[in-house]
Ligand binder design. Structure first.
Ligand SMILES: *Cc1c(COP(=O)(O)O)cnc(C)c1O
Length: 462
């Protein structure tokens, strides 16, 4: 499989190259040159298979033979053996035709584990084949950092440095990162805010001389392998509910649009999907764009669903590329305008998007109401991100004969603040994390100075 940029002006890459590269050098994001197809027979044959086997079959064409089948199957099996539920992503029925797809049974209790458990192993495989080592750097205010650390802790060829703002991350989230005592894991607490940390990571990617030629790798959601791994649970859940003989709809709590874009890819591969509901919190750029063609940046709002607090949805560009019939020049022009000023989509691409997507935005007080309501009707305690999805699914349900699958993106114990605000005493951590608050922590506090951070990375990497 070859990969091309959404802006049409970067080198065409192989799977191996695209996984090691991150963003395209024309500012775009990489997407597969063609979309592999799953026939009705392919889907039928998946009924009853393990998650790992479905994952292997769905992802194989994207890997395109660059990892031999047996090895790739092994990597996939290992990645999903870290999950605490036998089904990996179990479906939980809420009412007669509404289901929660629980994506939080991985090591850090949020859906990012699904992609990052696999990405770490794929990276390590390619690096070891090339006889190279690489450094991962990332800034986090929460979920991504811990999931990336858990995904890389066993990777011999990778050193991972995650920057978080000192004293500005919740205790559970900090400890999920700092209690991983592996030799290749380095937590840096920056004396500054998240933007300071992010700026230093960006500057390090822009000028990598401080690493003397060692490759720097990004594991944020612009990495194609993350999208690829997320396609799988759309297919697996739809098959469990009767695909290819029955359509389903999905409701996806969304921020950077990586998750719901993976769903769209599953649809493009041939999965019968009625519609996608995009759920947002008050950071509603996706909702404004779809509902009122207002493609513009607003100020960041801190909400009760903090992993969805974004200004720009980076992966939305991948969908725009499809809506604009893969016209890289048109996407490039639109994205350049969007960087400068409020922009709008052309009529035809917008009409196309509206055929498959509807959107809904949920404010903080409605998140709390949704947590209470879900508990009243089902006894389930939802995390605040999932609650935006639950409410949006109810509001935008459409044809009730079509099963609705709402993606549950985090375990409620991880976001206790919202759960307590909703009037519940809190939720215990699952058994494998019960002692998190007693575990030994390791991290280094550094000033918000680029030279200090880069010197630390250069010195500590193995
Ligand atoms: C990252 C995240 C999201 C948003 O997913 P995107 O792929 O960025 O749209 C939603 N919920 C939780 C809990 C997350 O960690």
């Amino acid at each position: 499989m070859r990969y091309i940029s959404t802006r049409g002006n970067a080198p065409v890459l192989s799977f191996e190259e695209v996984v090691l590269t991150g963003m395209a050098n024309d500012g775009g994001l990489y997407v597969p040159e063609s979309v592999p197809q799953l026939s009705a027979d392919d889907l039928s044959e998946m009924a009853g298979l393990s998650y790992a086997e479905i994952a292997f079959r769905v992802m194989k064409p994207y890997v395109g033979g660059e990892i031999d089948d047996e090895t790739f199957r092994g990597l996939v099996k290992e990645a999903y053996a870290t999950f605490s539920h036998e089904a990996v992503v179990p479906l939980n029925q809420l009412d007669s035709n509404h289901f929660l797809l629980e994506l939080f049974h991985g090591p850090t209790l949020a859906f990012k584990d699904i992609a990052l458990q696999l990405l770490g192993r794929i990276l390590d495989h390619f690096l070891s084949k090339r006889g190279e080592r690489a450094v991962i750097m990332g800034a986090t205010s929460g979920d991504t950092g811990s999931a990336a650390i858990e995904g890389c802790r066993h990777c011999d060829n990778l050193d991972i440095f995650i920057l978080h703002p000192h004293n500005r991350v919740s205790e559970v989230q900090r400890r999920q990162m700092t209690t991983v005592l592996a030799d290749n894991v380095f937590n840096i607490a920056i004396e500054g805010n998240f933007d300071d940390a992010q700026a230093m990571v960006k500057a390090s990617f822009a000028d990598q001389r401080f690493l003397n030629g060692t490759r720097l790798v990004a594991v944020n959601s612009i990495n194609w392998a993350r999208i690829m791994a997320q396609i799988v649970y759309y297919v697996a859940s739809a098959v469990a509910l009767g695909a290819p003989h029955r359509k389903v709809s999905f409701c996806v709590p969304s921020a950077n649009f990586g998750n719901v874009f993976a769903g769209f890819m599953a649809y493009r591969m041939g999965l019968p999907v009625e519609r996608f509901i995009i759920a947002t919190n008050d950071n509603d750029i996706l909702h404004r764009t779809l509902a009122s063609n207002d493609f513009s940046k607003h100020e960041l709002v801190a909400t009760l669903a903090p992993s969805m607090d974004i200004v720009v949805s980076s992966n939305f560009e991948r969908l725009l590329f499809e809506a604009y019939e893969r016209d890289g020049e048109a996407v490039s022009a639109l994205m350049e305008r969007f960087q400068q000023e409020p922009a709008a989509l052309a009529d035809a691409p917008l009409a196309k998007l509206r055929k498959m997507f509807v959107s809904h935005s949920v404010d903080d007080s409605t998140i709390l109401e949704a947590i209470r309501e879900a508990h009243y009707h089902t006894q389930e305690i939802l995390d605040p991100h999932t609650a935006t999805g639950y409410r949006s699914a109810q509001e935008q349900r459409g044809n009730k004969a079509v099963p609705m699958i709402t993606l549950s993106t985090a375990h409620p114990a991880k976001f206790a603040e919202a759960v307590v605000k909703a009037g519940f005493p809190g939720v215990p951590l699952p058994p494998h994390m019960e002692d998190l608050l007693e575990r030994e922590e390791r991290y280094t506090v550094l000033p918000a100075e680029l030279e200090a951070v880069q010197a630390f990375v250069a010195e500590q990497r193995r």
